[in-house]
Design a binder for this molecule. Structure first.
Ligand SMILES: Cc1cc2nc3c(=O)[nH]c(=O)nc-3n(C[C@H](O)[C@H](O)[C@H](O)COP(=O)(O)OP(=O)(O)OC[C@H]3O[C@@H](n4cnc5c(N)ncnc54)[C@H](O)[C@@H]3O)c2cc1C
Length: 304
């Protein structure tokens, strides 16, 4: 099967999701070509196991993100089943490439098997859709839903200069609203909701996060009402995350919040209300106020 993985980059290196995309392609029996926008991290991509070739696409349009220009520059290098990450940039490029090539697109995929049979959550995670695709298509894969490929590859790197007209001139791209680890990149997330009481109390979650190397997330209620950065918001209208561990503190577990985090590997909920819906998806639940539970958690983690 012909398969192309479009690498995801962050700053001047590969985003960890790239290795997961390659791992997913390999699980289908493919030896993917990896197309690297702007050539960032090409050598690193070439060293990932299972990669048949790296195409490093360079050109002026890659200085900042412009989905239209990137799709125009990358599309000629893609063939067969085209895989990107279901990140905001990945989704945009994927949709534009699918439209250019007149092939179907399936977004936010969490399972792949031979055939190709594709599964993905729909209706805010309440149901799982299974689709079988024959022929070329574009699929975007949810972060952390697939195992990373190993290292040890030694694929050749071809450089292609693919300058295209930029339709939108992006003057400045601000990657992060804060210096803290982003929820979409983190393996552990501790999120706070309205039950935290006030914005300043997020410092308690940040202290726990610093001990365990976690990112700090938030429900929409606190993003809207307390002006927390939208980049922290987890849920239907925020980010979809799949960390190994998601700790929800003072979050009720509305369906729109669950849509963004219910596929986390382990979910821990801290809530004073034993009837809170978050306990319905939690692997471990602590019925307590955060004022009691978070300091105890911090003390226990500090002593490890
Ligand atoms: C179209 C649409 C899109 C949406 N998108 C999103 C989204 O992307 N993400 C999102 O999160 N929401 C989203 N929402 C909002 C969602 O419906 C909820 O309103 C929101 O998630 C509630 O946030 P919360 O859990 O922080 O607050 P609440 O629902 O008010 O829950 C607060 C919780 O804190 C607990 N609590 C109170 N005090 C304490 C204490 N001292 N210690 C411990 N626990 C305590 C309470 O028991 C309660 O369960 C969306 C809504 C709509 C209509």
């Amino acid at each position: 099967m012909q398969c192309t993985v479009i690498a995801e980059t962050v700053g001047d290196s590969l985003h960890p999701i790239t290795s997961q995309l390659i791992g997913a392609a390999s699980s289908l029996g493919a030896s993917p070509i990896v197309v690297v926008p702007g050539g960032i991290g090409s050598e690193e991509a070439a060293s990932i196991d299972g990669v048949s070739k790296v195409v490093s696409v360079v050109g002026d349009c890659f200085s900042t993100f412009d989905g239209g220009a990137w799709a125009t520059a990358l599309s000629p290098q893609c063939n067969g089943v085209i895989i990107t990450g279901a990140t905001s940039n990945g989704r945009e490029v994927a949709a534009r490439i699918a439209a250019k090539r007149g092939v179907p697109i399936i977004q936010d995929v969490t399972g792949l098997s031979d055939g190709i049979t594709i599964t993905r959550p729909i209706y805010s995670g309440k149901a799982v859709e299974t689709t079988t695709v024959s022929g070329d298509c574009v699929i975007t894969l949810r972060a952390n839903a697939f195992d990373s490929a190993g290292s040890g590859g030694s694929a050749a790197v071809n450089v292609v200069d693919q300058s295209v007209d930029v339709s939108i001139a992006v003057k400045e791209a601000i990657n992060k609203a804060t210096e803290r680890l982003d929820v979409s990149e983190a393996d552990i997330i501790i999120s706070g909701g309205r039950g935290i009481g006030q914005k300043e109390n997020f410092s308690h979650l940040e202290e726990v996060a610093d001990i365990i190397g976690a990112a700090v997330g938030a429900s929409r209620a606190v993003v809207d009402e307390w002006g927390m950065p939208h980049s922290m918001q987890v849920g239907q209208t925020g980010k979809t995350v799949t960390p190994s561990l998601y700790i929800a503190v003072g979050i009720s577990g509305a369906i729109q919040h669950l849509a963004g985090m219910r596929s986390s590997k382990y979910i821990v909920a801290i809530n004073k209300d034993p009837e809170a819906p978050i306990f319905g998806v939690a692997d471990y639940g602590i019925v307590a106020t955060w004022e009691d539970a978070v300091p105890a958690l911090k003390a226990a983690l500090s002593s490890l």
